[in-house]
Design a protein around this ligand. Structure first.
Ligand SMILES: [Zn+2]
Length: 307
């Protein structure tokens, strides 16, 4: 894997990163002002519906701007969110599918759905092989991941923040697809949607320590805040006696890299993994970022389902 650690954090945001995954061009479906990001390899499957929402085209009033916020928040009305969801599903050609949205709790709880649940259900990933359900994951910085098994016609939607990533939720979701539908990881397609990038996602070193204790590749997922061209960006990770080198308070975590590595480790082919390079914190014109907007942030919705 090529290293990009010699560039500063700021510059690395603009530099293309061949190691971050297959960066084929994503496409944009634009319908009546609603703009939805899609992966061409998934759009080709006529029986599948998928998409990652963006900010424009909605009725929610976010500080005077009309936005497509697809999750319920304190600052927005329920009617606005329902109208936004109606627009989003209509743009996708999925008006007749039932949206299944979990109460997300940053866990590794995965739900199997045979039908739409009658009441709200907690968890951070869902799987199904039933047509008519649209599995949704809400995010505003965290990583939304959609999986599809084109052979068994089964799908999964996954919410992976740092806690879910640390708990290997994407690997566990693949395990559920294997267990319930006999999916083979080598057949799966995975789309890693827009999320906060390694350019902007600052976490405490205690988070880094947890990753480092569990994943051999974890040093590749972290970068240090730097202003110059320091040769060893993760010097603080070395076993240095206390007092010799003050560790930084915060580091940058690339959750996309971490989840892509987990997908590869689970047996998904590199050529079947599609990673959006869009950063929610950098692209506030197009996306929502909780880190940048705080409680006033909207919610993106990523969905996958069988017609
Ligand atoms: Zn960024």
């Amino acid at each position: 894997m090529a290293s990009t650690k010699t560039v500063t954090a700021k510059r690395s945001a603009r530099k293309s990163r061949p190691d971050v995954g297959v960066r084929i061009a994503w496409t944009e479906l634009s319908v009546r002002g609603v703009r939805i990001l899609q992966v061409p390899a998934l759009s080709k499957l006529s029986w599948l519906i998928h998409g990652f929402s963006t900010k424009p085209g909605g009725v929610s009033d976010q500080n005077g701007e009309r936005v497509l916020s697809l999750g319920f928040t304190e600052w927005d009305t329920k009617d606005n969110v329902l109208e936004n969801r109606r627009r989003f599903q209509s743009a996708l050609g999925a008006s007749d599918l039932q949206l299944v949205s979990l109460k997300q709790i940053h866990s590794d709880v995965i739900r199997l759905f045979d039908a739409a649940p009658s009441q709200s259900c907690q968890g951070d990933a869902s799987v199904t092989n039933r047509p008519g359900l649209l599995l949704g994951v809400q995010t505003a910085d965290c990583v939304p991941i959609l999986l599809v098994d084109p052979k068994k016609r089964a799908v999964a939607s996954i919410h992976a923040g740092w806690r879910g990533t640390l708990q290997r939720i994407v690997v566990k979701a693949i395990g559920q697809l294997q267990m319930h539908f006999k999916s083979k990881p080598g057949d799966l397609f995975a789309a890693i949607g827009p999320s906060i990038g390694g350019c902007c996602y600052e976490v405490g070193t205690e988070v880094a320590t947890q990753f480092l204790s569990q994943f051999a590749e974890a040093p590749e997922w972290f970068d240090e805040f730097r202003t110059g061209d320091e040769p060893n960006p993760i010097q603080w990770l070395n076993m240095m006696p206390p007092g010799h080198q003050p560790p930084p308070k915060n580091v940058l975590l690339d959750l996309r890299k971490a989840n892509r590595a987990q997908l590869l480790g689970a047996g998904v082919r590199a050529s079947n993994i599609f990673v959006s390079g869009l950063c929610t914190a950098c692209r506030r014109d197009l996306l929502f970022s909780y880190r940048k907007e705080g409680p006033q942030s909207g919610r993106l919705l990523s969905v996958i389902g069988l017609r």
